[in-house]
Design a protein. Structure first.
Length: 115
C-alpha cells in the first residue's frame, strides 16, 4: 500500500499558484494577455453581443487596444464603437489603471480560427 504524504499548511487554489509558476517559466506576459483577452470578450458580449466571436483581443500597447476582426463588417462596427469600447476597457482591471485612448482594428488573416 502506498504511503500518503502529510500535507503541510492549508491547500492553495491553483489560480493563486499560476502567476508565480508563469513568472518562473517566463510565461507571465502570455498569462496576463490571456486574462485581458477573457475580460475583453466579456466586455464585447455586454457592449455589442453581435460582435462576440467575430473579434478578439490581439494585443495592447500603452494607449491602444489592438483588436482583430474576422470580417469587414465587424471591423467597421469596432471602429464606430471604438470610443465606447476603449472607455469600457479602461474601467476594467485589464486596463491596469491606465487610460486606453482608442482601439486599433485589423482584419484577421484568412484561415481557421481557434476559439
Amino acid at each position: 500500500m502506498a504511503e500518503q504524504r502529510q500535507r503541510k499548511g492549508r491547500p492553495e487554489q491553483l489560480s493563486s499558484l499560476l502567476p508565480d509558476a508563469a513568472r518562473a517559466l517566463g510565461f507571465e506576459e502570455a498569462l496576463h494577455l490571456s486574462r485581458r483577452a477573457a475580460l475583453f470578450d466579456e466586455l464585447i458580449a455586454v457592449i455589442a453581443p453581435h460582435l462576440s466571436g467575430r473579434c478578439r483581443l490581439a494585443g495592447l500597447d500603452r494607449t491602444q487596444v489592438i483588436v482583430e476582426a474576422l470580417d469587414g463588417a465587424a471591423a467597421q462596427e469596432l471602429h464606430l464603437r471604438s470610443v465606447e469600447i476603449a472607455n469600457a476597457f479602461s474601467g476594467t482591471t485589464a486596463g491596469d489603471g491606465g487610460r486606453v485612448l482608442g482601439i486599433a482594428v485589423r482584419l484577421a488573416a484568412p484561415g481557421p480560427h481557434a476559439d
